[in-house]
Write a protein that binds this ligand. Structure first.
Ligand SMILES: Nc1ncnc2c1ncn2[C@@H]1O[C@H](COP(=O)(O)OP(=O)(O)OP(=O)(O)O)[C@@H](O)[C@H]1O
Length: 252
């Protein structure tokens, strides 16, 4: 049995805009398991990104709770929550947020130095991770503006991994990439997951979703359905059919 990393209990999130309350997440009960590649799908506006922000402690619930092991994160002060995020969560978003005035290596080291003072060990780990995602020294010596979209996204993955997070959160990580570059990024994420890294990814893309072993479908602020696909195997047509049938049933 896999260990539960994150539990939500009646997680609710509302926003007030111009005096009007919008209830985005509604009493959502969910468990995220260690080692899973969890994919969150659903129509636009269903609350996928809002759920990711709540799960990663980037935003606090309006009601209900998000618990990592036995730590309810909304109870942490903002400073402690920031430390918690650095230690436990890695982020790979569509806009990559690499700092323009630093080399790729220095970007990753800067993220590592938020958690440890051991620059030498951080640099060694960064180089190891660059090798794992297929970025050569010629690439990691460059500045962000000198990279292709796919290279920058792989650099962002390395940065997300530098502090050995329990969970990597990816929001449409291939959304801005062409299909070849997107495939490389998905291969990297799949490979990391096969080595035990827990991943939670939001996507609208079927090819991306296929990489997950557990697909959550959101509709109108709740988990409308869950599809267990098993671990990804390339070229598995049955898996493709199963996912498509599930999404059709969900009204995707
Ligand atoms: N900070 C905010 N303030 C007000 N409303 C917000 C805020 N963040 C999100 N919303 C609203 O919450 C709803 C859900 O947004 P969310 O980004 O979670 O949807 P999504 O499922 O990720 O959509 P998409 O697939 O289009 O990215 C939207 O109606 C959005 O306008």
């Amino acid at each position: 049995m896999s260990q539960v990393i994150i539990t939500t209990d009646k997680l609710s999130k509302s926003f007030s805009t111009g005096g009007v309350q919008q209830h985005i997440l509604k009493n959502l009960d969910l468990e995220i398991l260690s080692g899973d590649f969890t994919v969150i799908m659903g129509s636009s506006g269903a609350g996928k990104s809002t759920l990711m922000y709540a799960l990663s402690g980037m935003d606090k619930p309006t009601l209900g709770s998000v618990t990592y092991f036995d730590q309810e994160i909304a109870k942490l002060s903002n400073d402690k929550l920031a430390v918690f995020r650095r230690l436990n969560c890695g982020f790979v978003f569509q806009q990559m947020f690499l700092l323009d005035n630093m080399s790729i290596l220095d970007n990753v080291i800067a993220a590592g130095l938020l958690v440890s003072n051991d620059r030498k060990a951080i640099a060694a780990r960064a180089k190891d991770l660059f090798a794992q995602v297929g970025l050569t020294e010629m690439i990691w010596r460059k500045f962000p503006s000198q990279l292709s979209g796919g290279e920058a996204q792989r650099a962002a993955i390395v940065r997300a991994l530098i502090n050995q997070p329990k969970v990597v959160f990816a929001d449409e990580p291939t959304g801005a990439l062409n299909s070849a570059a997107g495939k490389v990024v998905l291969d990297v994420l799949t490979d990391l997951n096969s080595k035990g890294q827990s991943i939670i990814m939001v996507t609208h893309d079927l090819k991306s979703a296929r990489r997950g072993n557990r697909i959550l479908y959101m509709r109108d602020g709740v988990i409308h359905g869950i599809c267990n696909l098993g671990k990804y195997v390339s070229g598995d047509r049955e898996r493709h059919g199963k996912l498509q049938a599930f999404l059709t049933e969900m009204g995707w």
